[in-house]
Design a protein around this ligand. Structure first.
Ligand SMILES: NC(=O)c1ccc[n+]([C@@H]2O[C@H](COP(=O)([O-])OP(=O)(O)OC[C@H]3O[C@@H](n4cnc5c(N)ncnc54)[C@H](O)[C@@H]3O)[C@@H](O)[C@H]2O)c1
Length: 344
């Protein structure tokens, strides 16, 4: 298809990130935006596209091949169901929906209508993510034994001014950990169970400001993850990769994968191996950087969405897959609330 015509619902932070990505792709255009905010007027003017009040009028007003849903999470469900019922393929920002019941309905509607859903877990599109997957799954570091990861950043004070940002749905588990868990699932397979502690002693809001999680993967390996949106540290995905211009890059790694025959640091790939046999603690272990290239994951994701619409590829993160990621992070909150291990 020479020109793929997409609509965008929600022209906020991530909606504009999609607009910038699409500007770089000659074969794909945004032909209309739906957003009721007065702020969206300037965005639509900047990108020279018509602005609509809501999803329905955008779908009625323009001939579309697919729709990007980038509204606040609570509204994903409504716009997505409307688009699927109109026969459109949908790229939904993460998390797929705010609740599991809504996610199940998205899955059912997509199946019934025969329309595709792709969920915007964009980290899966980086070259270094594919390289990490190859290293782990090829056995280059032996059998995976343990994984450690963290996401530690202190968000700016004004971030918490709106009341909704103080609530649990806007907490770092549902907002940020969902990216890390999706990556872990992509690289290591499904998570079988989690045990977690959360705390809100720093800010005292309903949302957590820190979490510590122990997890067991179905394939048998174990993981530990700590996160906080109130800790000053260079260790998070965004600091490590520099993917978000608002977060200065530290170049530090946030994940470590430990296998029986070596280890991998990620996302700045470094493989650690003993230089000679046997692979044990008496033998020197050395790290070697693996060459990679920073790509624009949002551009890659749109190119993939365009191929999904054309029936050339299956969604890299299907509605079912993204629902498992949502299920996994909700299990963290449930475990912390109940004090029990939660099976997923
Ligand atoms: N992939 C990522 O890295 C990433 C990063 C940030 C946010 N997100 C996700 O993207 C979504 C949006 O987050 P954001 O930070 O861009 O939020 P935002 O508040 O910056 O933007 C949301 C936009 O949607 C508009 N909107 C609200 N309700 C609407 C409706 N019913 N119909 C049409 N437009 C509506 C608002 O006016 C606003 O312009 C969230 O689900 C979030 O989890 C993903």
């Amino acid at each position: 298809m020479s020109n793929m015509r997409l609509g965008l619902v929600g022209a906020g932070v991530i909606g504009q990130r999609h607009l910038l990505a699409i500007q770089k792709i000659p074969s794909v255009s945004i032909v209309g935006i739906a957003d009721p905010s007065p702020l969206a007027v300037a965005v639509a003017a900047k990108f020279a596209v018509p602005l609509f009040e809501d999803t329905e009028s955008l779908i009625d007003g323009e001939a579309l091949d697919g729709l990007i849903v980038a509204t606040p999470t609570e509204s994903h469900y409504r716009s997505t169901i409307t688009a699927l019922n109109a026969g459109l393929a949908v790229l939904i920002e993460k998390p797929i929906t705010a609740t599991l019941a809504e996610a199940e309905e998205v899955i059912a509607t997509s199946r019934n209508r025969g329309t595709q859903v792709l969920v915007g877990h964009h980290r899966r599109y980086y070259r270094f993510t594919e390289q990490a997957k190859e290293i782990i799954q090829s056995g280059a570091i032996g059998s995976l034994v343990c994984v450690s990861g963290q996401w530690n950043m202190r968000k700016h004070a004004s971030y918490y001014e709106p009341d909704w940002r103080k609530r649990w749905k806007a907490g770092p588990v549902l907002t940020n950990l969902i990216h890390d868990f999706d990556l872990l699932r992509y690289l290591c397979g499904d998570i079988e169970s989690v045990s977690a502690e959360t705390s809100n002693v720093i800010q005292g809001f309903e949302k957590e400001d820190a979490a510590a999680i122990a997890m067991r993967f179905k394939a048998g390996s174990l993981g530990a993850f700590v996160l906080s949106d109130q800790s000053s540290s260079p260790w998070s995905w965004e600091s490590g990769t520099g993917e978000n211009r608002a977060v200065p890059a530290s170049g530090e790694n946030a994940f470590r994968f430990m296998g029986t025959e070596g280890s991998l640091e990620f996302p700045n790939l470094k493989v650690w191996r003993h230089q000679s046999l046997p692979y044990d603690w008496e033998n020197m272990i050395e790290g070697e950087a693996v060459e990679s290239k920073m790509t624009d994951a949002f551009v890659e994701q749109i190119l993939h969405f365009s191929r999904v619409i054309q029936g050339l590829e299956n969604p890299r993160t299907s509605a079912e897959d993204a629902t498992m990621t949502l299920r996994s992070v909700l299990a963290v909150l449930k475990s912390a609330r109940t004090g029990k291990r939660v099976h997923i």
